[in-house]
Design a protein around this ligand. Structure first.
Ligand SMILES: Cc1cc2nc3c(=O)[nH]c(=O)nc-3n(C[C@H](O)[C@H](O)[C@H](O)COP(=O)(O)O)c2cc1C
Length: 386
């Protein structure tokens, strides 16, 4: 197995087979099937919402590379008159800087420094992109999911129903066939905003927002809530997860916020915190409904890191920074960044997904069923640990 992995790693440096999950299943008897927002996908690796899912060309490259899913850039909700309460998030900014972010223990991760926020073109343009995503999804080439930032009121204020109704109805109209899948973003810049100073206010949003999106959709919908890293302690992160019981999936957790520099950041600080909180959450999993779905995000740059998130209950992962590194950082010599990233994440002989899963089997932490090791069994493991 190990020798085969070395060989595959080398030969796929030039070109990754489009249907690599079928190859992994046949050659290693490993079933990488994963799940995002209730949909089964051929493997766990998707693209998180952001600057890498802004246009049809990027989606086409993702489909060609064989990503499991892509979440579109977050659009700011509007009502039928075009009014947007969260308009402060629709600012235009193109410059991004990919840089090293060192932390203690000599570990140097990567972060993307960027001052922008949400989608900065028209809602009509966004709906055109949603239709492109719908066609890729229908063709079975790439599961595409829109992302929205809806109105979030202060504690004493009502929700702007008009923004929820109009935006969701337009997305449903563009998508046409149920279910409508939608991600709701609670972003790091929101975490850094005065709106998020108040814990009861945040918990009210999380209790009420999923039901409002479900109610606003004219067709059956599934809602993923992407939780922020709030500026409170780890326990509050778990409280937020509990408050959000109406969501079909939780995406855990968006980037940290550096208040001094006024920017969001990632790297090891982010994955350390996310995994620590997920561990605390998994500890009490036995008391939670088993259908609680998690999708991990934050500093995922190796198959081993995917397994760390999976063992905390995540049945898929969403990356951004790892799709943006300088080309010299990928072991592959040819192909698009999503292809090179998948090559390293899956086939790296030491840190890849296959190597990590074989190690878990060797340690007796994952068993074969019908001769196969299954990625989705890792979540059951998280439950048993609880
Ligand atoms: C430049 C940039 C823009 C982003 N924009 C969004 C966004 O609009 N909506 C959202 O939900 N997440 C956004 N994210 C967060 C990413 O989707 C991802 O969850 C986060 O960066 C953590 O993953 P990573 O460490 O792999 O980058 C953005 C991230 C970056 C770096």
């Amino acid at each position: 197995m190990r020798a085969k992995l070395e060989r595959d790693f080398d030969r796929f440096k030039r070109e990754l087979p489009r249907d690599f999950p079928a190859h992994v299943r046949q050659a290693y008897r490993i079933d990488l099937t994963a799940r995002y927002l209730g949909e089964l996908v051929p493997h766990p690796i998707g693209k998180g919402s952001g600057q890498l899912s802004l246009n049809a060309g990027q989606l086409e490259d993702d489909a060609a590379a064989g990503l499991a899913f892509a979440v579109l850039k977050t659009v700011i909700a509007e009502d039928e008159t075009g009014a947007r309460t969260m308009a402060a998030w629709a600012i235009h900014e193109t410059k991004m800087k990919v840089e090293r972010r060192p932390v203690g223990g000599g570990r140097a991760g990567w972060t993307v420094t960027w001052k922008g926020r949400g989608w900065d073109r028209t809602f009509t343009d966004y709906l055109t992109l949603v239709r492109t995503g719908r066609d890729l999804t229908r063709a079975g080439r790439l599961l595409v999911v829109p992302s929205v930032k809806y109105h979030l009121p202060r504690l004493a204020e009502p929700f702007r129903e008009g923004e929820y109704r109009y935006t969701t109805a337009q997305l449903a109209d563009a998508w046409r066939e149920p279910p409508l899948l939608v991600e709701k973003d609670f972003s790091p810049t929101l975490a850094g905003d005065a709106l998020a100073d108040d814990r009861p206010q945040i918990l009210r949003w999380l209790r009420e927002v999923p039901a409002r999106i479900h109610a606003a959709s004219p067709i059956p919908a599934r809602v993923a809530v992407k939780l922020m890293n709030a500026r409170f302690d780890d326990l509050f992160q778990v409280e937020m997860m509990d408050a959000c019981a109406g969501a079909d999936t939780l995406v855990v957790f968006n980037r940290l916020f550096d208040a001094e520099r006024g920017v969001a950041y990632g790297g090891w600080d982010l994955s350390d915190r996310n995994l620590r909180v997920l561990d605390a959450f998994a500890d009490s999993l036995s008391a939670r409904p088993p259908d609680r779905r998690l999708s991990g995000t934050g500093n995922i740059h190796s198959g081993r890191m995917i397994l760390d998130y999976a063992r905390c209950g995540c049945d898929s992962v969403q990356l951004h920074t790892f799709f943006q590194l300088p080309l010299s950082e990928y072991p592959a010599t040819h192909g698009s960044r999503p292809q090179r990233a998948l090559h390293a994440l899956v086939f790296h002989p030491r840190d890849g997904l296959i190597a990590g899963i074989l190690d878990l089997e060797a340690r007796g932490e994952l068993e074969r069923h019908g001769g196969e090791l299954r990625f989705l069994d890792l979540q059951a493991h998280a439950h048993r640990a609880g």
